[in-house]
Structure formats: structure tokens, C-alpha cells
Write a protein that binds this ligand. Structure first.
Ligand code: DGJ
Length: 738
């Protein structure tokens, strides 16, 4: 059992082969973090790790002679108002207006396995032997509030998950104003903070900065996790690299507003917290009521950032994603969006699908524009009834025809939205978020349906499930194309407006739960104007996400590289599109477009009828190649080799290795071509040092031992780039053990 309780010292030690996490009880009954890091030997007491002495100007949490100053103590779940002047992890407003709390440990429970958090998404176990859990119950005597801190440690991965439950066990109403899912007080601030930022079409670019005194953080107040900041941050030691050194990852299993921040105190301690953003959050708790925070997932790596990412990949691919598609390689798909936008009819669609079938595509996806009066983005959202002017035989008829070609059929939906020009809005104008008497800020000419209201979710569920039930549909792309403004619900009283943003996300999760339960064989892909809701919460329902609307291969190297810090390759939707690219007006070689897109849930998003015979032949070969290697690419171990965000920022390289290390695929791409450069050695990772690999790159073949490839590296001839197209050229190496 990797959770020990030492009764005499009242300390808890969560550990496995890689990590130790030690919690103690402070003199005032609150919890203290004694250690978080690489595995250390257990002992009866770690009391010596608690340091306390008189501090000038300290405010003390216990009567004299105590010197317990919370400002100088590493706490598990700090509150405000009792001597710690840093940001607290939670805040509870009491009837008398006070926010001061004195919760004390009253009981604990240790058990095998992991409880479900439903309706919230969360990581899970298949067998109780995979993980152990600890619950610490703290109680504030004056109000009767109970705070249950939950921890799960996985046996085989350096993962600790965290969440918190608040229960009003008192007699008076309380209001929860802030409720972080995780807080970790680290003893020093000697770290760099890595996070993933961006905007539409350049999501999840890697940023790194040294920590400094004060608060540094990321957040979303957009109503979804957002393109601006992904709900993830890592603290790495300044000398940590991809291959070595200490890294702490924090990832949030949630799709709505969030905050992740690191506060470095002027005594050089670093406080990390992550949870629902307190702005716009206020949750009344009547006596007997409770609130469960979403889950945060901490990964500790003593061997660099690649290891941290590999742990997230494995956990999220196998113990967050669910359903029949979890362990299956993903079909090669063809989506019509960039080919036609909303301007199509059945004949055009079938011509595109047919060409896809001819070159080896497995799934055709009909994107936006098939319903209501949806000919551009001014109308139709909310009216989930097929437009028979475009598709005379309906979705049912079209799906049949596509299936008759030998393809599977997929469909786009955007259930959370409505255009004012729609029958739905005309019937229910109060179903959108809109503040009374205020302008309601359209975005892409659409408005957000108030999914905090069960009747709205019921209605949309009725319409969409009908379409899915009546046609043979194998895949759904669930889009969400705007941020939330005027987050005011016509159905809630003033006191409950602060619950709306979270209840909206619960409504989204509810609809996902209903549809994925009703249609368990369908492959769901989430999407939000590209990658604006690419988060672990979504992966619980949809095992893949559309990574970005930017399909330019050069931009995608960066976007997919950044996404790889947390998200498995199988979850990363990646398509080959036409050139010049719609977003960048850039022309890149079709082979590079495919080489980049191979490292994801691979597909095409263009009208294949417009390609030359030569290009079509390439596409055929690409699909054959991908089908042969997708198991290694999507289910293998992924390694970042060269960052487009560091060094000359001109080169990107990564690779995946099959679990048995018999096969590997290496990608190396450049942005601009530079003349007369020196040679390049690309050191590979994760191979079997003793295995002999045949290395194939285009027509060239050579044989090398794994140790040579990992220590000497692949020797690349940069002059080769000329032959391969210069700017934006790329190489793909396939390794097979012989
Ligand atoms: C945004 C998505 O990211 C695109 O792929 C496409 O589905 C459009 N929405 C359709 O409106």
C-alpha cells in the first residue's frame, strides 16, 4: 500500500518508485506539506522537515509560546486571515461577513483504488490495485464546514491527483468564493515556469520564464479553457532538460474558466495552485449541501520534460480517455471544411468523398453547413434539421451513399450555440446568456445557449440524438466557436449568477455523457474554433480534439510540439490541407504537410479532386505508410528531440517508439533553408541500445545499433534539404529492429 500513515507523528507518506509526497499536521490542526519530490526512504517521523522559529513581524496561529507563522509554513490547503498573507487556496464567506476559517484535521481514510468524480471528468483506475487514495477531512468547528482533501497516487506512474470537496455541515448558509483543486507549497523558487499560450490559430506555443518574486500565472475567463492559456503549467529546475532534471507538472481536468498560478514569496517559497477561476465564481452552500472541485493531476519527473510528458500521455490516453476508441488506432479521415466551407450540395460532397475512398481514406466527415438556413455563419445554428436543398436525401441518405462507397460517415455539430436568425432563438430568446438591459456581444454572429439550464440541454439533446439515431454515423465533431460574454442566466436569481459558468460546463459534460452513453461506438472529436478547448476535461468524453484551425505544416510543427507537453499523439487531430494555406497563405511541400500530420489523428482536409496525378500518387503512398505505422505513432512512446521554440528556432524534431522498441518513426523538419551549413547529428531516444535497426529514409537505407543512434545520432546531410524542396523540407526516418 503506497500510502502510509504514521500514527505517532501523524504523518502521511504517499509514495511509489519515483515519487514521495509527505503531509503532516500542524500545531493548529491544519495540514502541512513536508516534502514533494523524488522518492525518499520512509521513516516514522519527518518532523525535522518542519522548520519554525520566531519571525520578525510574524502573526502567530497559536497562543504563545508557539511560533507558528503560516506565512512561513508550507501548507497543504491554505486559507486567508490567520497569518498567511499570500493567496489562499479557498475562501468561504460566512453569514457574519467573516472569511476567517480554522479547519482542523478530524479524520482520514486510506483505501485502494480511486473514487469517481462524476459528473466531473477525472482519471480513473480499472483495478483497485492500480492506485491508492487518501482523504483528509478537516472541519471548521465554528461553521461546521468540512473540507475533504483527496489524493490518489498511481502505483506505476509518478502521478498524484488532487481534488477537494466542501460540505456544509453547519446550520447556516455559507458562500464558497474560491475553491482551488490543488495547492502545493514548495520550499524554494528556483524554477522556470513552462506553459502553453497562444490565440486562435496559434494555440499552445511553449513559453518559459524564470520564476520571480510575486505572482505569475495563467488563466481563462473565456467560459472555456481557451486558446490563450492551456490549463497546464510545469515548474522545471533551470538545469532541467528534455532528458534530465527535476520537473513538476500541473494539469487541470476541466474545460471552463481556470487559474494556474505560482506565487514566490519574499522568503523564496513557491506556492503553486490551480482550480476554477474565482472571478465569476460564487457558490452558495445551504446546510447539508456540498461542492466538489474538478481534479488536478500532478506529475513529478526526476528525469526531464520528456518523461513528464510521457507520463501525461500514458495516463490520459489509457486512464482518462474512455470508450471503445480509447485503445484503437484512429481512422484516416477526410473533412470537407477547408474544401467547401458551407458552399456544397450532395453531388459535390460525394465527389470529394469518392476521391478520398480511391486514395485509401477510411472516414468521410461532413462539416458545418448541413442544417437549417446555414449558408454562412449568420443563420441556422440551433436548428439541427437537415437542409434538404443541399442534401435532398437528408443525412440518413448521404450517410448511406458514403457508406456504400466503403467509407464510414461522420458529422459536425455545434450544440452549445445559436444564431439569432434561427427558429430556436425565435422560440426561446431567453435561452442565451445575456445580461438584462445590456448589449449581448455577438461573436461569429452567434450566441451561447444557457447550458446551466437542464431544459436547454434536454432540448438540444433531443434534436441532436434524433439526427444521430436516424443515420449511420461513426464519428461526431463537436465544435464550439465563441467565448462567453454577459454570463447571466435568465433562470437564476441574483445569488446564483456566480454558479452559472461552472454549471454551464456541467451542462456540456451532461450532454457529452448522454450522447457518448447512447452512441458508445461513435468516435467523438472535440473542437473549439480549432484548439480553444483542448483540455483533459474534454478528453474524458472525446478521445481526440481538433488541434488548431491552422493547418499550415510550418505552424503545426510548433502547435503540435507544444501540445505534446501534455496531450497524447492519438488525441491530436492533424490534417493535410491545400496550399497556399488558408490561414498563412504559405505553400509547403505536400510531403511535409503529411509528415507533420502523421503525428496525430491523421487526415486530409481539402478537395482531392484538385490535386495533380502526381500529388494523388503521393497521397496514396502517404496513407499506405500511415496505416502501416499508426500503431507505433499513436500508441507508442513520444520523444521531443529538437524544439522550434529554442536554439535557432528553425528546426523541429520528434519521434515515437513502439512499446516493444522494435519500431520507431522519426520526424525532422526545418522552416527556412540556409545555405552552406554544417552537418547535423540528431540523437534519438528510447531505443533498445543492443538492437540493430534498419533505418529507412526515402530511398536510403542503413543499419545501426540503438546505442549508436542514441549516442552518436542520426547523421543528417543538410545539403539534402535542397533535394527535398528547401524551405519547409522535412525528413521521415522509419526504424525497424532486424
Ligand atoms: C471551427 C472549426 O475549428 C473548423 O474546423 C470548422 O469546423 C468550423 N468551425 C466550422 O464552422
Amino acid at each position: 500500500m503506497p500510502i502510509l500513515y504514521h500514527e505517532l507523528s501523524r504523518q502521511f507518506h504517499l509514495y511509489n518508485d519515483e515519487v514521495s509526497y509527505i503531509i503532516g499536521v500542524l500545531e493548529n490542526g491544519q495540514m502541512e506539506n513536508l516534502y514533494y519530490g523524488a522518492r525518499i526512504r520512509d521513516r516514522e517521523s519527518f518532523a525535522h522537515l518542519h522548520k519554525e522559529s520566531y519571525v520578525p513581524m510574524g502573526a502567530y496561529a497559536c497562543p504563545e509560546p508557539s511560533t507558528l507563522s503560516l506565512q512561513h509554513t508550507r501548507q497543504e490547503y491554505p486559507s486567508f486571515g490567520t497569518g498567511d498573507f499570500r493567496y489562499p487556496a479557498y475562501e468561504v464567506l460566512q453569514k457574519n461577513g467573516s472569511i476567517v476559517m480554522e479547519p482542523k484535521l478530524v479524520s482520514h481514510a486510506i483505501f485502494a483504488g480511486k473514487k469517481k468524480l462524476e459528473p466531473l471528468p477525472a482519471t480513473y483506475v480499472e483495478k483497485d490495485t492500480e492506485a491508492d487514495s487518501l482523504e483528509l477531512t478537516l472541519e471548521d468547528a465554528l461553521t461546521g464546514l468540512r473540507i475533504v482533501l483527496s489524493y490518489t497516487i498511481y502505483n506505476a506512474l509518478p502521478v498524484i491527483t488532487r481534488s477537494v470537496r466542501f460540505e456544509n455541515g453547519g446550520k447556516e448558509k455559507l458562500v464558497l468564493k474560491k475553491a482551488m483543486s490543488v495547492n502545493v507549497d514548495l520550499p524554494d523558487g528556483d524554477f522556470e515556469m513552462l506553459h502553453l499560450t497562444g490565440a486562435w490559430s496559434r494555440e499552445r506555443f511553449v513559453r518559459m520564464r524564470p520564476l520571480d518574486e510575486g505572482v505569475q500565472g495563467i488563466y481563462s475567463m473565456c467560459g472555456c479553457s481557451s486558446a490563450e492559456h492551456n490549463p497546464f503549467l510545469a515548474l522545471k529546475r533551470p538545469d532541467a532538460t528534455e532528458a534530465a532534471g527535476e520537473v513538476y507538472g500541473f494539469s487541470f481536468v476541466y474545460s471552463g474558466n481556470f487559474v494556474g498560478q505560482v506565487e514566490v514569496s519574499t522568503h523564496d517559497a513557491a506556492r503553486v495552485m490551480m482550480g476554477i477561476h474565482p472571478h465569476l465564481f460564487s457558490w452558495p452552500l445551504e446546510p447539508g449541501e456540498g461542492f466538489q472541485t474538478p481534479e488536478a493531476v500532478m506529475v513529478y519527473s526526476a528525469s526531464g520534460m520528456n518523461h513528464m510528458s510521457q507520463v501525461y500521455h500514458e495516463l490520459y490516453r489509457t486512464r482518462l480517455c474512455r470508450g471503445v476508441w480509447r485503445d484503437r488506432v484512429r481512422p484516416v479521415l477526410l473533412n470537407n471544411w477547408e474544401a467547401t466551407l458551407m458552399d456544397f450540395d450532395e453531388e459535390k460532397i460525394l465527389r470529394i468523398a469518392e476521391k478520398g475512398r480511391d486514395v485509401g481514406v477510411e472516414l468521410f466527415v461532413l462539416d458545418d453547413g448541413w442544417f437549417g438556413a446555414r449558408n454562412d455563419d449568420h443563420a441556422g445554428l440551433g436548428d439541427w434539421v437537415v437542409n434538404t436543398k443541399k442534401l435532398p436525401d437528408g443525412i440518413t441518405g448521404l450517410a448511406k451513399k458514403v457508406e456504400a462507397m466503403g467509407l464510414k460517415f461522420g458529422l459536425w455539430i455545434e450544440p452549445e450555440m445559436v444564431n439569432k436568425d434561427s427558429d430556436l432563438y425565435r422560440a426561446h430568446p431567453d435561452w442565451i446568456f445575456s445580461a438584462p438591459g445590456r448589449f449581448d456581444c455577438p461573436s461569429r454572429n452567434q450566441h451561447v445557449l444557457d447550458f446551466s439550464r437542464p431544459e436547454v440541454v434536454d432540448y438540444i439533446h433531443g434534436m441532436i440524438s434524433k439526427v444521430i439515431r436516424e443515420a449511420s454515423i461513426s464519428y461526431i465533431k463537436w465544435d464550439m466557436n465563441r467565448y462567453i460574454t454577459a454570463c447571466y442566466s435568465a433562470a437564476a436569481d441574483a445569488e446564483h449568477q456566480g454558479t452559472i459558468m461552472h454549471r454551464y460546463i456541467l451542462g456540456v459534460y451532461d450532454l457529452y455523457t448522454r450522447l457518448t452513453t447512447e452512441f458508445p461506438d461513435i468516435l467523438f472529436e472535440s473542437c473549439a474554433s480549432g484548439g480553444a478547448r483542448f483540455d483533459p476535461g474534454m478528453l474524458y468524453f472525446a478521445p481526440q480534439a481538433w488541434t488548431s484551425d491552422d493547418t499550415d505544416a510550418n505552424e503545426r510543427m510548433r502547435i503540435q510540439y507544444g501540445s505534446s507537453f501534455v496531450y497524447p499523439i492519438s488525441s491530436t487531430g492533424a490534417h493535410v490541407s491545400a496550399v497556399p494555406n488558408q490561414q498563412t497563405v504559405r505553400t509547403t511541400p505536400i510531403q511535409t504537410r503529411a509528415n507533420v500530420a502523421f503525428f496525430g489523428a491523421f487526415g486530409y482536409e481539402l478537395d482531392l479532386n484538385e490535386l495533380s496525378e502526381e500529388e494523388l500518387a503521393q497521397v496514396r503512398e502517404q496513407i499506405v505508410y500511415f496505416k502501416e505505422h499508426r500503431e507505433t505513432i499513436q500508441m507508442g512512446t513520444y520523444w521531443r528531440l529538437r524544439s522550434p521554440f529554442e536554439g535557432n528556432q528553425n528546426e523541429t524534431a520528434w519521434m515515437t517508439v513502439s512499446p516493444d522498441k522494435r519500431e520507431a518513426v522519426v520526424f525532422y523538419g526545418q522552416t527556412l533553408n540556409h545555405p552552406n551549413l554544417g552537418g547535423l547529428r540528431l540523437r534519438l531516444c528510447g531505443l533498445d541500445p543492443a538492437a540493430e535497426y534498419e533505418v529507412v529514409c526515402g530511398e536510403e537505407k542503413s543499419v545501426h545499433f540503438g546505442d549508436e543512434l542514441m549516442n552518436v545520432g542520426l547523421i543528417l546531410d543538410r545539403f539534402e534539404f535542397y533535394r527535398r524542396g528547401g524551405d519547409f523540407a522535412s525528413f521521415l526516418y522509419t526504424l525497424k529492429a532486424i
